[in-house]
Every structure is written in C-alpha cells, then in structure tokens.
Design a protein around this ligand. Sequence first.
Ligand SMILES: CC(C)(COP(=O)(O)OP(=O)(O)OC[C@H]1O[C@@H](n2cnc3c(N)ncnc32)[C@H](O)[C@@H]1OP(=O)(O)O)[C@@H](O)C(=O)NCCC(=O)NCCS
Length: 225
Amino acid sequence: MPLQVPVYLRRLRKEDITEVVEIEREAFSPTWVSSPFKRDLNNRRASYLVACLEPGDSGPGLAVESAAVETADDSRSWLSRLAGRFGLGGGPPPEPAPVEDFAIAGYVSVWYQGDEAHIVEIAVRETLRGNGIGELLLIGSLRAAVAYGSHVMTLEARVSNFIAQRLYEKYSFKAVGIRKGYYSDNREDAVIMTTTPIDAEEYGRMFRELQDAWESRWGPISIFE
Ligand SMILES: CC(C)(COP(=O)(O)OP(=O)(O)OC[C@H]1O[C@@H](n2cnc3c(N)ncnc32)[C@H](O)[C@@H]1OP(=O)(O)O)[C@@H](O)C(=O)NCCC(=O)NCCS
C-alpha cells in the first residue's frame, strides 16, 4: 500500500529555505550551484512553491495554513480539517502513516522569460518519492505559469534521468533538443523538453483530466498562498 502523505502546496517562505536547500543538496550533485532562493523570494518573474506535510497535530511550527482551518478544532487531525474544507466529510478520515519529522517534502522553482515558463528545479525528499508529490509540484507550477500568462513551459533534464522525463512526458512535455555537456559535474547532456501551448484549450482539457486523476488517487489538490 502506498504511503499516504497528506500534502499541500504554498509559496516558498524565508523560513523554509534551510530545508529546501537540504532537499536540493540531496537531489542534485554536490557540485550543483544552489538556487538563489532568498534573492528570489520577492521576484515577480519567478515562482517558488513548496510541498508541505505535517507529521501530526503537534509538529514543530507546522500550523496548517489559516485558510485551511477556518473551523479548526484542534481535537481533530489536520487531515480531517483539510477534508472538511473541501466538503469531504463523512466517516473518520484515515490517519496519515507516520512520516519523519519534517515539514517540507519538496519544491519547484520556475522562472518566467518572455512567454516561456522555465522549470529550474523540482525535487522531492528521497524518502517521500513515489507518493505523487513531484506530480503535485508540477501541477502547481503549471497552474502558476498559466496564471502568469505563459504560453509554454520548458525545462532541461539529464538524458539519464528517466524518472523525471516520465513525469514530464505524462504532462505532454516533448523532447525538442539536446544541450551537449550541459551538466558541469560529469559533462552529461541535457534533453530540452517543452509543452505544447499551455494556454490552449486542448492542453487545458488534458491538464484538467490529469488533475482529476491525481485527486482520485491522492486526494484534493490544496494550494495556498
Ligand atoms: C523527479 C521527482 C521530482 C519525481 O517526484 P516523485 O514525487 O517521486 O514523483 P511522483 O510520485 O509524483 O510520480 C509522478 C510521475 O513521475 C514518474 N515516476 C515517478 N517515479 C518513477 C519511477 N520510479 N519510475 C518511473 N517513473 C516514475 C511517473 O510518470 C509518475 O506517474 P505515475 O505514478 O502515474 O506513473 C523525484 O524523483 C526527484 O526529486 N528526483 C531527484 C531530483 C530530480 O531529478 N529532479 C528533476 C530534475 S530535471
């Protein structure tokens, strides 16, 4: 049975940066140049989203967003409160499986250049991969890009990174070129992947279906400020 990790997205905050850098270091090579998280906190041409989870009601500094707990009753689990917000009452919700005691499960960074939204980094904590979190981050970044007015989304991935490529292909990214020796640690090539227009009706329809499928599998998509 998959690990059920209740998770929601919100914008990166200053206090998240230490954890996000930890995830970045774990996911990418030791020689990777870290993203300018702090510099970009107020950058209008960038979107940084984090996937947050809560190990239990009393996790350190883990109050669920106030928007999600309008009728907060501390005797109920946060999952129950989230379910309430989305009108998913009826029967006690399943208790989340215990997870390690941390708050940020993953992050995605997007830079906007002209009519393109460029995914700079996307990563999920190694122990939490395979739980739909990377896909949720991609959904959040695509929604942000559409809201920003971007026309297409692009990214580079290591040619050997089949897992990431599978994720992008699921959202109709297609390989459109190769950057030779793009990665400085091992001179590996990057494959450039791009969507068809994300502001077109056809993409919108497919995107809605994929989000519905994500929700049927993992629960409601929750994105907060
Ligand atoms: C790429 C990454 C973000 C995916 O996150 P994740 O939370 O594990 O992925 P999800 O559970 O949301 O899976 C979403 C999709 O990704 C693909 N995928 C995930 N794990 C996979 C695996 N082990 N094998 C093949 N495809 C896989 C599948 O298409 C999957 O959809 P499906 O479940 O319908 O098959 C994560 O593996 C990661 O952080 N990797 C290290 C950093 C990295 O490589 N980032 C990308 C840089 S380009």
